[in-house]
Ligand binder design. Structure first.
Ligand SMILES: [Zn+2]
Length: 271
């Protein structure tokens, strides 16, 4: 698909972005990189021909264990209302039960794509809270994006919930991310899924290793893989180039970069 002259000619959809202040370890210890207001995120995605990006507010995730989830979701709703490039993940934290109620209300808006969960940022183990979160998701027919790849969020630990609740669709973020050297944890989780309702996104730094994306396509097929960049935390064109120049068929690249998202999210991307 890509040549060096027309590298980003195809309008992509990015299902994993953020906006706000990058301060996982305290409100007063903002990292010197990775923060961006919504307007800056829009500027980045426009530059690299990403037509839509689904964002969650860093305010709802950071600082770890002390984020104001509800307030962050309110700023996200405002940001997506003001920018046609943006769509919203509503962040849910089982330790802040008000966020469930808020999600039900916010998801009535067609700009809201589903819920985002983050066991590491919100300090719980998915094994303990999964039943509660996923029965909520099942009840409301939701798409769930989860951080995954750390000890509290191992891809395989999500599989029993996806199998128990076939209505929900689960996207495991960060293909290749792992507490050890095993880069295929996400791929294996998709293989273990009984109802075909587990997907992975490409928003990791590990995907720059050779063969990660390629082996994933070989084993689970491109239909289960969605482009995510983790903008503005990662360098967006590098994430996109990893797919553009992957050693896979052009048809697979189109699915990963756009078509799978349209199929999965339906009319969320219509203006
Ligand atoms: Zn992220």
């Amino acid at each position: 698909m890509a040549t060096y002259n027309n590298i980003f000619s195809f309008p992509a959809i990015d299902i994993h972005g953020h906006f706000g202040k990058n301060c996982p370890f305290g409100r007063n210890t903002e990292r010197p990189f990775g923060s961006a207001e919504p307007s800056k995120v829009v500027e980045i995605v426009r530059k690299f021909n990403i037509s839509k990006i689904i964002v969650s507010p860093m305010e709802s995730l950071f600082p770890f264990g002390d984020a104001d989830v509800v307030k962050g979701n309110i700023s996200a709703a405002q940001a997506v209302a003001e920018n046609i490039e943006l769509r919203q993940w509503v962040v849910v934290d089982p330790n802040q039960p008000a966020s469930y109620k808020q999600a039900v209300e916010m998801l009535k808006n067609k700009n809201a794509a589903g819920i985002k969960i983050h066991p590491v940022a919100h300090i719980y183990d998915i094994k303990d809270k999964g039943a509660e979160i996923f029965s909520f998701a099942q009840e409301h027919n939701l798409i769930v994006l989860t951080h995954s790849g750390d000890a509290q969020s191992l891809p395989q630990d999500f599989v029993p919930f996806a199998n128990d609740f076939p209505n929900l669709k689960l996207i495991l973020a960060h293909l290749g991310s792992s507490p050890n050297e095993d880069r295929m944890l996400h791929v294996r989780a998709v293989e273990m899924s009984r109802h075909g309702n587990i997907y992975v996104d490409t928003s990791s730094a590990m995907n720059i290793l050779p063969d990660i994306v390629e082996n994933a396509v070989k084993r689970i097929g491109s239909d289960k893989i969605l482009f995510g960049s983790d903008t503005p935390l990662y360098f967006t064109p590098m994430q996109r180039a990893r797919i553009e120049f992957a050693n896979i068929a052009d048809a697979d690249k189109r699915k990963i970069l756009r078509e799978n998202a349209i199929k999965l999210f339906g009319d969320v991307f219509n203006d």
